[in-house]
Ligand binder design. Structure first.
Ligand SMILES: *[C@@H]1O[C@H](CO)[C@@H](O)[C@H](O)[C@H]1NC(C)=O
Length: 252
């Protein structure tokens, strides 16, 4: 009796991450170049005026940071301090007609004004920037003109990390991966992989709306291919069969 499908159960979950992301924990992954800190991802960019910095952060999938604690304030100040030629770091707080708002919200939380600040005028819009070069008033916020093209200015963009993806790996009764069984006849796309990277094939599957499972097939000559399937093994148990070569099957 052919009960191959029943012998395989999804009993293991593979945490796979994209090659372009840094995952420091199961809590999340930061895109390449972004640094994880305090549960978020940070990227320090060199910027011109405040509006340029604000737009640049949005364009990169984040928002300009307005530090919410002394620790976060010091973290971004230290990052900017480490950049050659940077003296200021924009903070996402602006003053419109005398009222300061951070990220569009009334201020109510952490602020780190230098004594005597903010001094931003009522007639002209001012923006907050923290000092990142001098130890005197280091990290303190100042109200400065938003439209000045401060060549020595940076901004901290912050974004939430993405969750690591999990794929279901099928194992036999002994708990070991079934390394020869894949789903046949439902391949909608296939392409070679430089290495047997589960994450890259899984990402392709996530990005293709037709994909419900994928096979990673390894030929004797070492070639590895990623096959995206438009069905799962339970949709078509008969086609969930041994392959002539090493093959590992995953569901998303
Ligand atoms: C799935 O893909 C196969 C080709 O591999 C095709 O024959 C079949 O019609 C597709 N099924 C659906 C539901 O799209």
């Amino acid at each position: 009796m052919y009960i191959a499908a029943a012998l395989s159960i999804c009993s293991a979950v593979v945490l796979a991450t994209w090659a372009s992301e840094t995952c420091h924990s199961e809590a999340g992954c930061c895109p390449r170049g972004w640094e994880p800190w305090g549960g978020s991802c940070y990227l320090i960019i060199k910027s011109g005026n405040w509006d340029d910095a604000w737009s640049a952060c949005l364009a990169m999938g984040g928002v300009m940071a307005a530090p919410r604690s002394q620790e976060e304030n010091n973290f971004v100040a230290d990052k900017a301090h480490g950049m050659t030629g940077i003296h200021w770091l924009w903070v996402a707080c602006t003053n419109t007609r005398g009222t300061w708002r951070c990220g569009g919200q009334d201020m109510g939380g952490f602020v780190n004004w230098r004594p005597g600040q903010p001094s931003g005028g009522v007639r002209e819009q001012h923006c907050a920037a923290l000092t990142s070069w001098a130890y005197d008033n280091y990290g303190k916020w100042h109200g400065v003109r938003c439209n000045n093209m401060y060549r020595r200015t940076a901004a901290a963009c912050v974004r939430r990390p993405s969750q690591p993806r999990q794929f279901c790996l099928f194992t036999g009764r002994d708990g070991r991966p079934v390394e020869s069984r894949c789903l046949h006849g439902h391949v909608v796309r296939e392409y070679p992989l430089a290495s047997a990277t589960v994450g890259l094939c899984g990402r392709a599957c996530y990005n293709d709306p037709r994909c419900f499972s994928f096979n990673i097939k390894k030929y004797h000559n070492g070639e590895t291919i990623c096959q995206l399937n438009n069905a799962t093994s339970s949709d078509d148990p008969v086609k969930f069969q041994d392959s002539g070569s090493a093959c590992t099957y995953f569901e998303i």
